[in-house]
Ligand binder design. Sequence first.
Ligand code: 5GP
Length: 115
Amino acid sequence: MMAGKTIFKRIIDKEIPAKIVYEDDRCLAFEDIHPTAPTHILVIPKKEIVSVAEIEESDAALIGHLFVVIRKIAEQMGLDRGYRVVANSGPDSGQEVPHLHFHLIGGRKMTWPPG
Ligand code: 5GP
């Protein structure tokens, strides 16, 4: 294991397993290991971006692509009643893994505001 690799980089590099639901040259989507809803998918760029706070102008097309992928996965998973897309960024948000990821959560009624 290379020092400094995040758990998500190790999943990208196939060093540790994950239940992958989608992959292309720019991104990966896999099931969250601790699901908070019947559907809980993490969608991540293969590029190592720490969080939303580190997104640069040159990443705009990549981030747009991630959202198209999120929409397609949501359709494939039958989330026709809606879903939530969440990106925790930084310590106050509770972000645990310092590799940009979007949570796609659905399959149950949700409440607002989040905790
Ligand atoms: P964060 O709190 O950083 O927004 O979310 C990190 C998410 O990654 C959590 O929902 C957590 O359950 C998930 N996670 C952490 N480690 C692993 C892992 O090794 N495999 C998978 N599939 N998910 C993980």
